[in-house]
Design a protein around this ligand. Structure first.
Ligand SMILES: *Cc1c(COP(=O)(O)O)cnc(C)c1O
Length: 359
């Protein structure tokens, strides 16, 4: 096997054990003589996969029955639209926090649907951060409050979540299942799978069921959460194979000790990498320390030329995906759940060597 360390922000690295298992049963799923991706989504075998994926997520997050777990399509970007379509009634206002590029896209889409009040805005600040809980100016009777728990591009992350009177809605695409959290604080959580959950093509939605009843009857059936709750995400053909991989990833998480164990490992990886950045003046972190993401570690080098050289030489050392997002430049190391500690250690040794030669 000749695998590289893949620091890509998404689609991103998956646990090697999961890929091996998927490979082993790709042609002949559990003796059925076909691949799970070839099987009907109404089959007994697929049903078990689908329901285990849901059960694993419920179990990892310790959710109660007030919440539904849905597998939809359209990515987190689809949820930018579906959230206001379902939750933002006529004459109502939704509160949004702007913490960066992804929050800004969510805001832009919500404005197509209804009235939005941006209750805190640090989206363009450098160094990057997310809003502080004490600067949020909630609208009275807001339909909901939207946050982006981890800004994948800027590398800033909410470390604790605000108490809100209106239902709290979170885009958790890039840090879902990276740490334990209290689902009961949220009305709705959504995440594209391709960062921390599995391959692209499936979108996880966790929704408090009563909120799904808010939807107006002018919203087409397909775009109502209610429709998918009633059919256990089998209203139409779901992305079966992507859900199968999510099932294997969540099984892997459970076998590894659940979210406490994962959070500990993620903290350790992030801490050592940020310590390497802070060790001298050569590397500079781009997020303010209190808001530094444990998932997407963003930093700069003294010049753009050195950054380009860094990416190129890292790639020759079998470390890929380190180029920062095209909108901001710099370096970004995405160290999601599936990135082993050895990958972070390899990156740190390369950083030391690179600084030694170029500093
Ligand atoms: C990647 C990402 C998105 C966009 O996800 P798609 O599945 O491509 O629509 C939205 N929000 C955040 C925080 C992301 O990291």
């Amino acid at each position: 096997m000749n695998r590289i360390y893949n620091f890509s922000a998404g689609p991103s690295t998956l646990p090697v054990e999961v890929l091996q298992e998927a490979q082993a049963e790709l042609l002949d799923y559990q003796g059925l003589g076909l691949s799970i991706m070839e099987d009907s989504h109404r089959s007994k075998a697929y049903d078990a996969v689908h329901n285990e994926a849901i059960a694993n997520i419920r179990d990892l997050l310790g959710m109660n029955d007030d919440y539904a777990v849905l597998f939809l399509t359209g990515g987190a970007s689809g949820q930018f639209a579906m959230v206001p379509m379902n939750l933002l009634g006529k004459g109502q206002v939704a509160d949004y926090t702007n913490s960066g590029a992804w929050a800004a896209k969510a805001i832009k889409e919500a404005r197509v649907v209804g009235a939005v009040n941006v209750i805190a805005d640090c989206g363009k600040e450098i160094p990057t951060r997310v809003p502080r809980v004490d600067e949020l100016q909630f609208t009275e009777d807001a339909a909901y409050v939207h946050i982006t728990s981890n800004e994948t591009i800027s590398g800033a992350q909410w470390k604790s979540f605000p108490e809100t009177r209106a239902p709290l809605v979170a885009d958790m695409s890039s840090d879902i299942l990276s740490r334990p959290m209290d689902v009961s604080k949220f009305g709705l959580i959504y995440a594209g799978a391709q960062k921390n959950l599995g391959p692209a093509g499936v979108t996880l939605v966790i929704i408090r069921k009563d909120l799904a009843e808010r939807v107006s009857d002018r919203v087409p059936l397909y775009y109502r959460y209610k429709t998918h709750i009633a059919e256990n995400s089998l209203y139409n053909t779901p992305p079966c194979f992507a859900i199968y991989i999510v099932m294997l990833v969540t099984r892997w998480l459970k076998q590894g000790g659940g979210l406490n164990a994962m959070a500990e490992r993620n903290e350790r990886k992030a801490k050592t990498l940020y310590a390497a950045i802070d060790a001298g003046d050569f590397y500079r972190g781009t997020a303010i320390p209190e808001h530094r993401s444990t998932m997407n570690v963003t930093f700069r080098l003294p010049s753009e030329e050195l950054e380009a050289k860094f990416v190129k030489e890292a790639s020759a050392r079998r470390m890929s995906g380190l180029k920062g997002h095209r909108s901001v430049g710099g370096i970004r190391a995405s160290i999601y759940n599936a990135m082993p500690e050895a990958g972070v250690d390899a990156l740190i040794s390369f950083m030391k060597e690179f600084e030694h030669k170029n500093g």
